[in-house]
Design a protein around this ligand. Sequence first.
Ligand code: SAM
Ligand code: SF4
Ligand code: SF4
Length: 334
Amino acid sequence: MTLTDTFNRPLRDLRISVTDLCNYRCPYCMPKEIFGSGHHFLPKAELLTFEEITRLASNFAAFGVRKIRLTGGEPLIRHGIEVLVGMLKQIPGLELAMTTNGSLLAQKAEALKKSGLDRLTISLDALDDTVYRQMNDVNSPLEKVLQGIAAAEAAGFGPLKFNMVVKRGMNDQQVVELARHFRGTGHIVRFIEYMDVGNSNGWRLDEVVSAQEIVAAIGAEFPLEPAKPNYHGEVANRWRYRDGAGEIGVIASVTQPFCGSCTRARLSATGQLYTCLFATNGHDLRAMLRLDFSDDQIREHLQTLWQLREDRYSEIRSAATSQQPKIEMSYIGG
Ligand code: SAM
Ligand code: SF4
Ligand code: SF4
């Protein structure tokens, strides 16, 4: 059964945050000053168990969800994450993906592949070691993620996707570098406009490097032409190298919002369901699980929530909305 919301958008994708912890402190996501030693992270009992996540996932699948992405925080920090992958794999017809900073991938890639993970997206904000360390802000070396990438390739993942969030004055000089490095490899780099998620990153519009600027910078060196979306609702705009060396994606959520085709729901590590990345309030599904509601009751609730959905934050973004209280990216998942 397919559910549609008030703008006729079907529910197709579910992003599940498996932990609010992360070993990085990217300034655009978990700035050190706020997520420091005094920050209160979630106690384990608050997190959904693997069984709870799997039960919710199968209820979502019954409503037409075809793709689940595990995220966080850093999903590879969640102990036994490959076990969860294996459990989710038992649900028929689901594509399973993960977004990770890649720092622990060298140890985990093979187990993830064996458990049935279909696709990997690796966040990579620079190829220069100094800039990379500044972007993760915990002095983690580039070498570690490069080893992770090699392990992912060796385990049989591919094509890989790479996410680069571009922040003016921090890593914008690395855009063409990333494009150059992955041209001709079959992997796809997606350049992401820096967004006003959460309330802690001090977001300013003048720090956003627009998709248009990104495409112009890469295109000046390696001529590009637009490519058609692979499917309705694809988040990234695709651009192909004219010389046949592959493609890139740009995610222009600030300058060219795509709420009209947004088919994504997000489940926090504590089982709160959010119908938009910029939502203020979640819906407590964990309470339903722990109060012994039946699957029928959970589905009825999901149906009502999605049918009432009217989120379109990026289309109505303004100076005022960016100040509204919002959920942090590390809690809701990217
Ligand atoms: N820790 C994992 C990682 O970094 O890949 C998964 C979670 S992270 C929140 C998911 C994605 O969100 C990453 O690719 C990250 O770069 C992106 N992200 C975080 N904060 C962002 C922001 N303010 N604007 C745009 N993308 C952001
Ligand atoms: Fe951690 Fe990912 Fe956020 Fe960076 S973007 S701080 S790696 S959760
Ligand atoms: Fe979807 Fe909300 Fe992002 Fe719009 S702002 S694309 S509704 S998550």
